[in-house]
Design a binder for this molecule. Structure first.
Ligand SMILES: Nc1nc2c(c(=O)[nH]1)N[C@H]1C(S)=C(S)[C@@H](COP(=O)(O)O)O[C@H]1N2
Ligand SMILES: [Mo]
Length: 310
């Protein structure tokens, strides 16, 4: 299986896995998820796999400080400031939580999150996260390939796209009292993007369950796309024949495309995407095509004009 093969392991090149000791102390959470064995294997592969992928000329990646990843966030349902989510997201009730899976599937269902997760072994994946605002981080996620989850509900032959929806609970989400976006936050993927083995449904990070500000209890992670595609706190997954409307594309269609693949050649109308600021670093980095995952995903877009379908 692709993700168990150290050569294709979707891990960023990293000299030092700085918080490795911290992970080893957090086995209890992994065990609770039923994935102690799998997570152990992923850790070992992660350390070995990193070295092989280091490429000449590209500075090595180091895992972002956990405090940065949990205090510098975008989660507009809790406000526009980077520290608003860590300040206010505790107001979101994440238990009980269920996810509605509907549309073009043979077995639509409303599933409690515990049931959804009980069929899968969470894995650790260290991914770069590149925000469209030109900052980036490197985050060790715990999650399940989205494709494995979708397969259980049996997508029909008409399922060409997947639409996702975040919880919309104004009394718990002070940011939704302003019409910054047309709530609920919605995102979408083409079905082949959704089924791609890099695409993750994350339930944890840094060896712990997801903090609310990072999208507890369940969020999408699509590492080769700008961060706004990685929708947080998901309550609905709808398979569809037609391309869904997405919240950011609806708000600013010229600035936020449906595809949103990380691309140094296509500037945001208001700033360049050629470089990025890695949180915790001083010098800016070159933006990598598909955020460094071109080898794994470029073939999904063969024949497409990526400046037009940005
Ligand atoms: N529901 C929801 N999901 C969201 C957002 C949001 O405002 N609301 N922001 C997105 C953006 S712009 C980014 S960069 C990432 C940030 O994820 P992080 O805070 O875990 O680093 O979440 C994405 N998912
Ligand atoms: Mo973002």
């Amino acid at each position: 299986m692709l993700i168990r093969d150290s050569k294709s392991l979707p891990i960023v090149p990293s000299g030092e896995i700085t918080s490795r000791d911290a992970y080893l102390e957090r086995r209890a959470f992994l065990r609770a998820l039923g994935g102690a064995g799998a997570a152990g294997a992923a850790l070992a592969l992660g350390v070995a796999g990193c070295r092989q992928e280091a490429t000449a000329g590209v500075p090595e990646d180091t895992i972002t400080d956990r405090d940065d990843a949990t205090r510098y966030n975008n989660f507009y349902e809790f406000g526009l400031g980077k520290e608003d989510p860590s300040r206010y997201a505790h107001q979101m009730r994440t238990s009980p939580w269920s996810v509605q899976i509907e549309g073009e599937v043979a077995r639509p269902a409303t599933v409690a999150i515990e049931d959804l997760l009980s069929h899968h072994q969470p894995e650790e994946r260290v991914y770069r996260l590149r925000c469209v605002e030109a900052w980036s981080m490197v985050i060790p996620w715990l999650g399940i390939p989205l494709g494995d989850v979708l397969a259980r509900f049996e997508p029909t032959s008409r399922a060409k796209f997947v639409e996702f929806e975040t919880l919309y609970a104004p009394e718990q989400m002070p940011g939704t009292r302003r019409a910054v976006l047309d709530w609920p936050y919605r995102e979408g993927l083409r079905i082949d993007e959704a089924m791609h083995p890099l695409t993750l449904l994350a339930v944890g990070m840094y060896g712990d369950p997801l903090p609310n500000q990072n999208g507890a209890p369940l969020r999408l992670v699509v590492p080769w796309k700008y961060g706004f595609k990685s929708i947080k706190s998901i309550v609905r997954i709808r398979l569809r024949e037609d391309q869904p409307e997405t919240a950011w594309n609806q708000a600013q269609p010229r600035e936020y495309g449906f595809y949103a693949n990380v691309n140094p050649e296509v500037d945001h109308p208001r700033w360049s995407q050629r470089r990025e600021r890695r949180i915790g670093e001083f010098r800016r980095r070159e933006t990598l095509p598909f955020n460094g995952y071109a080898e794994q995903v470029a073939s999904l877009y063969t024949g497409m004009d990526l400046a037009k379908h940005f």
